[in-house]
Design a protein. Structure first.
Length: 170
């Protein structure tokens, strides 16, 4: 397969006319929707956050776990929430896709939570399936370091960091 210039792409066999996934194609894809042609299926996930969350990730060089359940209720849990819904899809129709991740939270609540998206390579980790079709989480991990060492080499888990509204890599 020819390598794409994009850090995550659809398999080229899919009949996609635009560079972004469209509604008709989405129905044929298995999660996660966007995969690198060089990655194993299932190791690319998306983590949405707000401005404060992005600043915390940059400051700590880690994604910190939430103590809330999938419905936003404090539950004393230790989970890092992920999804297979790509930022391009969220940008096209956030009113449709954000509730699939954040449930029936008020519009302003989930709108704030999808401001930024981290595209993550989770090789070596096994996210568990959540209650919702597009919800995944890492369980009992207080934080997920952005970098890790493999055979002495520093590896960056972040494939891309995007502003969802503009689509720009930041």
């Amino acid at each position: 397969m020819k390598r794409s210039a994009h850090p995550y792409t659809r398999p080229s066999a899919l009949p996609v006319k635009s560079k972004f996934i469209n509604e008709q194609v989405k129905t044929f894809l298995e999660p996660p929707y966007f995969l690198s042609e060089n990655s194993n299926k299932g190791n690319v996930y998306f983590h949405y956050t707000n401005e404060a969350g992005m600043q915390g990730i940059r400051r700590d060089n880690a994604i910190n776990a939430s103590n809330k359940n999938e419905h936003g209720q404090p539950a004393g849990l230790c989970r890092i929430y992920l999804t297979d819904i790509a930022p391009e899809l969220m940008r096209q129709n956030s009113a449709r896709y954000a509730p699939l991740i954040f449930g029936n939270a008020p519009y302003q609540s989930w709108q704030n939570k999808i401001r930024y998206c981290y595209v993550l390579n989770l090789s070596g980790l096994s996210p568990e399936k959540g209650d919702g079709e597009h919800i995944f989480y890492l369980k009992d991990i207080p934080f997920l370091p952005i970098h890790y060492r493999l055979n002495g080499q520093l590896i960056n888990r972040v494939i891309a960091r995007k502003n969802v509204a503009t689509g720009l890599v930041i």
